[in-house]
Write a protein that binds this ligand. Structure first.
Ligand SMILES: [Zn+2]
Length: 236
């Protein structure tokens, strides 16, 4: 049993839950250099925060009180908390490929419900990004498997808004324009959820924003489609 790198309680848990064979497998995983680096990073990160504020994690473990729900793309180059420079506890986050809010997706709808009804966030931010691979994929003709189903709403949006794209629009400009339109569409979808409609009806202060991020300079742009009630849901 090679458990000397683990805390005793973790080792005990592994023996109880997984048995010896799986425990060895986990040991091998943790020893791989790429994964080990993450644990080292984590220890340094926690130590740096605790140095500035010794009670930080203890206080945060008791409650979360974020003011914002962020709905963004899974792209690794668009990390929400880092982009807006917020510490843990201040941003409730949902991410998926191409930052979609699909009306029958229980995952996203549950996140919105919890954020609005339980956490009482004041702002929902839908944030897309230029050069989104998901958006690009949605308008390419080549079938790619299951993700085609996920990206179908963007494909339909592209067909619906075909007249917006000029004749001479290049492929990259076309993708970027569709990235913006997709954000506005998802803002509308958030606004039309039962959770948001009910919140507005009972007078809860809640704004829904549409932003877009540029990978090449790290800057956000507000698409100025903010809605704070049924009358201000953006047109598309
Ligand atoms: Zn993306």
């Amino acid at each position: 049993m090679k458990a000397r790198h683990c805390r005793p309680e973790v080792s005990l848990l592994r023996r109880r839950v997984y048995g010896r064979d799986v425990s060895r497998h986990l040991q091998r995983t943790i020893k791989s250099r790429a994964v080990k680096k993450l644990f080292e990073n984590n220890r340094r990160w926690a130590a740096a925060i605790t140095k500035d504020n010794p009670q930080f994690f203890e206080t945060l473990s008791l409650q979360q009180n974020p003011e914002y729900l962020w709905i963004g793309c899974s792209d690794s180059r668009v990390p929400p908390s880092q982009i807006v420079n917020l510490p843990p506890g201040e941003l409730f986050v949902h991410r998926n490929v191409a930052n979609l809010v699909v009306p029958d997706d229980p995952n996203c709808l549950s996140v919105i419900q919890y954020a609005v009804d339980a956490l009482k966030v004041k702002h929902i931010i839908v944030c897309g990004h230029y050069g989104c691979g998901g958006v690009q994929s949605a308008i390419s003709e080549r079938p790619k498997g299951p993700i085609d189903n996920w990206l179908m709403p963007i494909k339909k949006l592209y067909d619906r808004k075909a007249s917006v794209f000029g004749e001479g629009t290049g492929s990259q400009a076309r993708v970027d324009q569709l990235c913006e339109i997709n954000v506005i569409e998802q803002v509308r979808n958030v606004c039309h959820t039962g959770t948001v409609q009910d919140a507005w009806e009972r007078g809860q202060a809640l704004q829904v924003h549409g932003w877009i991020y540029r990978l090449s300079d790290g800057l956000l742009t507000d698409l100025e489609v903010t809605a704070d009630g049924p009358a201000s849901v953006p047109d598309l």
